[in-house]
Design a protein around this ligand. Sequence first.
Ligand SMILES: Nc1ncnc2c1ncn2[C@@H]1O[C@H](COP(=O)(O)OP(=O)(O)OP(=O)(O)O)[C@@H](O)[C@H]1O
Ligand SMILES: [Mg+2]
Length: 350
Amino acid sequence: MDYNEKIKTKIEQLKNKEDFLILAIETSCDETAAAVTRGRKVLSNIISSQIDIHKRFGGVVPEIASRNHILAIDNVIEEALISAGVQLKDISAVAVTYGAGLLGALLVGVSYAKALSYALELPLIGVNHIKGHVFANFIDSDKLKFPFLCLLASGGHTEILKVNGYFDTQALGKTTDDAAGEAFDKVARVLGLPYPGGPEIEKYAQKGQNNIFMPRAYKGESHLNFSYSGLKTAVINYVHNSKARGQTINPYDVACSFQTEAVGALIDNAIRAAKRENMPCIALAGGVAANTALREGLKAAAEREGIEVFLPSKKLCTDNAAMIGVAAHFAVKEGKGGEDLYFDANAALE
Ligand SMILES: Nc1ncnc2c1ncn2[C@@H]1O[C@H](COP(=O)(O)OP(=O)(O)OP(=O)(O)O)[C@@H](O)[C@H]1O
Ligand SMILES: [Mg+2]
């Protein structure tokens, strides 16, 4: 039997099994991550962040990210296996993020996963990074069932998705320009705060008041799209105009006013979508889902409407490999076969 035939047989066996181990790898941006998962359970979840390396540049430098993934990946995978208390011989499949993301960064994880899969004759499951964020909601939870509504807000995406299954997701609304996380990062930069801006804005917002007018895009319109570019520009104009007039700004109030509006738009659209689609629950996903104002605001608004909210733990909102392993498990269950040796990274994956 050649490699492809062996993989086909193995993946058929896995489709009928609940209890198999996946080694998952994620290197799409600036986190080198590996995890061992079993179904919805996470046995280990190791993340080596490059934030401190990229901070001095004010954002992720792709070439530097790729080089650091190469330096970190061996140790991160070894640590994931040790921390799960397993060895490579116990693993039944390898899962890897193959897009979207930075091409050079993705290639490190994809090449590593392909080599591992070929050498050990293990099925290789390519996972879409965004599906990983969405499927983080299944981790350690037996309660979440298809179909559900997902509010995804990350560094590159802002969408409301109806999730019917791994291979059946429908976008009900999305950003027409900047992503929510991107707006947090850009506003932080205007305020002189370090990268990544989201957690910094959150800290500043806690010390400020919501007392500066911020515009709402698409106010009164019936669609469920978002736009963050006008909000970002409003903050930039406020800061620049104040400085031009010689007035000092209160960065805590700017952060609080911006965050209130950024989070408010997400919550309002998610609640409207759930009511329109008659969905009993909303799951939150992506890096911005780590924001406490969003988590608490969505919970409170949903409660008033009798809608249940699923919140992954904060560590599972930002990039990690556990979400990739759990998403891969669902993909196998829905009939995804193993990748062949022509499998490649796709930076612009939809
Ligand atoms: N507490 C927080 N409040 C607001 N934003 C946050 C918080 N924590 C992280 N973020 C934002 O989340 C983003 C990172 O999320 P994530 O890692 O999911 O994005 P990404 O992987 O770069 O993009 P994508 O997943 O769309 O490809 C950054 O923009 C960051 O500022
Ligand atoms: Mg991400």
